[in-house]
Design a protein around this ligand. Structure first.
Ligand code: 6PG
Length: 245
């Protein structure tokens, strides 16, 4: 049964990232107490960078790094040291500053052929979550952002991955960027225990209004509805400025 939609609007970007860091650390601690490990799929792009830096510095003592396992919601089809690499962004902001055991970090091998990288990442998920055929991984937390066109992860409007219901990870051709991206699919996103969108800045106000208040918009971010999990939208006031009460 989907949990209620949890929409939290905070005044500033600084408060947004602090709330997200607090939420992350609390959930990680609670989950580790229950099952000794916490699995999280990280979002890329620019928004979450501040969160990752906060976790690595101010919240470093609150995160059970030894029992936290990091995955990625998506990755660009570039090497891990490329400026566009999500792994590179997270490594600079967080991994390089925290005592995460290297075996706790599962990056997408995006320097490989996209289809190969997707298949290998799918195997990584199957192995970590000990999945049998047809089973879905249940992440404790998936962090997501929202793009100006309503995409999330690398599930872009009019892209083939939107219709994927079998695979866990696919190489998705993104026409607007003329490139492949590797992405988790909706079945995986919607099987998570917790999904948290982080949305910051006035430039996201228009698309956020469409996603949250125009059911006819038919945007990828609207298809994230965990069937048995908590969906949280953490939004700052500039990003929320087009939402009607
Ligand atoms: C990526 C992300 C993508 C991102 C949105 C928002 O790889 O870029 O996974 O889905 O969350 O594009 O990006 P910004 O945070 O940079 O606005």
């Amino acid at each position: 049964m989907p949990a209620a939609l949890d929409l939290r609007i905070v005044d500033t970007a600084a408060e947004l990232f602090r709330s997200a860091a607090r939420e992350f650390a609390t959930l990680a601690g609670q989950t580790v107490k229950k099952k000794d490990r916490f699995s999280v799929a990280l979002s890329g792009g620019s928004t979450p960078k501040t969160l990752y830096t906060l976790l690595a510095v101010e919240y470093a003592k609150a995160v059970p790094w030894d029992q936290t396992y990091f995955f990625f919601g998506d990755e660009r089809s570039v090497p891990p040291d490329h400026p566009d690499s999500n792994y590179r962004m997270v490594n600079q902001a967080m991994f390089s500053k925290v005592p995460s055991p290297p075996d706790n970090i599962f990056r997408i091998y995006s320097e490989k052929d996209p289809a190969v990288a997707a298949r290998e990442y799918e195997e990584t998920l199957r192995s970590y979550f000990r999945l049998s055929a047809g089973q879905l991984p249940r992440f404790d937390l998936i962090l997501l952002g929202i793009g100006p066109d309503g995409h999330t992860a690398s599930l872009f409007p009019n892209s083939a991955a939107l219709n994927e219901i079998e695979r866990l990870v696919v190489a998705n051709w993104v026409e607007k960027f003329k490139t492949y991206r590797i992405t988790l699919t909706f079945p995986v996103l919607n099987h998570a225990a917790n999904v948290m969108f982080l949305v910051s800045g006035a430039d996201k106000a228009g698309i956020l209004h469409e996603v949250l208040q125009n059911p006819k918009a038919n945007l990828p971010s609207q298809k994230v509805r965990p069937e048995d999990g908590q969906l949280t939208w953490l939004i700052d006031r500039p990003a929320a400025s087009a939402l009607s009460r």
